[in-house]
Design a protein around this ligand. Structure first.
Ligand code: ADP
Ligand code: 3PG
Ligand code: MG
Length: 392
């Protein structure tokens, strides 16, 4: 297998280094509300600064549809980054053009600049070669540390490495080696917990998982689909009718391969996610109007038991509607069980990582991936365009 070129092998001293990061973070009232992706990029930035490089950071934020939109400005990120690095971060109001080139040429060794949102230009997502040239003009070398966007063949991740000496940053290296290692040779027993909402996003991953896992726990709205596919009336619960056939296929494969599948036996229901009136009911006993929004205590105990002997644990997708306090119980309990386990634990998925961060447990796991779609694609066995571009 070809290997990505590594940051540590790239000559960066006193050079202008264009660094693609993924600072696609939630921002509310001008403030970043989840810092995981920014903190995860610090080791690469700090390494570059220790080499006295001129660090030019480029990122996207949200989906502004190829035009400037203040809602998607990266300026709040520059403010936070400056605090985390304890040094000035120069914010530039665009990412290409003569004016930006001029400003970047004036940078001194050890200075940090953050460019405005790459997706203010439609050429970024189109993978446009001229736009890539405009970005490449800013740096003498290129470092990609943006794991979360590595599954997109966009100009800044696929076009720029064709034009500049390049390497993968520390985060990208760690993400790829941890997630590839997880699927290649997991220590057994390997228990995977899959929750979240949409089965269609996770089919390929679940199929690949069945080649390696000993136990698969299915939870969250994902479980609603499986339970309904088995014939249970899930009433108003969020589920994916189109996923019934796949759900049955996955259950049949698991049985054939002797993989243990743990589905909820009880659920916490309410009439809507914002309702405070909740009840715990056995699966099969939901009433008219009920939505299953978390798994119940008996189901949580079953997961706890399944995790006891695990040597490897992977968790993707929250076990309930964790946006509301009332439906965070199972996810919080399982997070604590995983944190106290001796197993190698890997957490994947944007919402799951965000949930872990919100309960202050980031540092309690072996590895928390910053990738959502990118992690799932890698775990499905697919080649990521950015990884391919850095391996040439
Ligand atoms: P990740 O981003 O970590 O891959 P997903 O996006 O697949 O995770 O799943 C997280 C989402 O699933 C959250 O928005 C959560 O509210 C939702 N979810 C989990 N369980 C339920 C449920 N029982 N009913 C409705 N939504 C749920
Ligand atoms: C993510 O948050 O998954 C990445 O930043 C990619 O964003 P995208 O799904 O808008 O391409
Ligand atoms: Mg999600």
């Amino acid at each position: 297998m070809t290997q990505m070129k590594k940051l540590e092998d790239l000559i960066v001293r006193d050079k202008r280094v264009l660094v693609r990061v993924d600072f696609n973070v939630p921002i509310h009232n001008g403030r970043v509300t989840d810092e995981l992706r920014i903190e995860a990029a610090l080791p690469t930035i700090q390494y570059l600064l220790s080499q006295r490089a001129k660090v030019i950071l480029a990122s996207h934020l949200g989906r502004p549809d190829g035009k400037p939109d203040q809602k998607y400005s990266l300026e709040p990120v520059a403010v936070l980054l400056s605090k985390l690095l304890k040094r000035e971060v120069l914010f530039l109001h665009d990412c290409v053009g003569e004016d930006i080139e001029e400003k970047v040429m004036q940078m001194r060794s050890g200075q940090v600049a953050l460019l405005e949102n790459l997706r203010y230009h439609a050429e970024e997502e189109a993978g446009d070669a001229t736009f890539a040239r405009g970005l490449a003009n800013l740096g003498e070398v290129y470092v990609d540390d943006a794991f979360a966007v590595a599954h997109r063949a966009h100009a800044s991740v696929v076009g720029v490495p064709k034009l500049l000496p390049h390497a993968a940053g520390k985060l990208l290296q760690a993400e790829v080696s941890t997630l590839t290692g997880l699927m290649a040779a997991p220590k057994k027993p390997f228990v995977a917990i899959i929750g979240g909402a949409k089965i269609s996003d996770k089919i390929e991953f679940m199929k690949n998982l069945m080649k390696k896992a000993d136990t698969i726990v299915i939870s969250g709205a994902m479980a609603n689909t499986f339970l309904a596919a088995q014939g249970h009336n899930m009433r108003e619960s969020v589920l994916d009718k189109k996923g019934f056939a796949v759900a049955r296929e996955i259950l049949a494969t698991a049985q054939r391969k002797n993989i243990e599948v743990i589905l909820p036996v009880d659920v916490v229901v309410a009439s809507s996610p914002s309702s405070k009136r909740t009840r715990t009911v056995t699966v099969g006993q939901l009433d008219d109007g009920d939505m299953a929004l978390d798994i119940g205590p008996a189901s949580t105990t079953n997961i706890h038991v399944a995790l006891q002997d695990a040597q490897t644990i992977f968790w993707n997708g929250t076990l309930g509607y964790t946006e509301e306090e009332a439906f965070r119980t199972a996810s919080t309990a399982v997070a604590k069980t995983i944190a106290s386990s001796k197993a190698l634990s890997v957490i994947g998925g944007g919402d799951t990582a965000g949930f872990i961060d919100s309960i202050g447990m980031n540092s309690k796991f072996g590895f928390v991936s910053t990738g959502g779609g990118a992690a799932l694609e890698l775990l499905s066995g697919k080649k990521l365009p950015a990884v391919v571009a850095l391996s040439r």
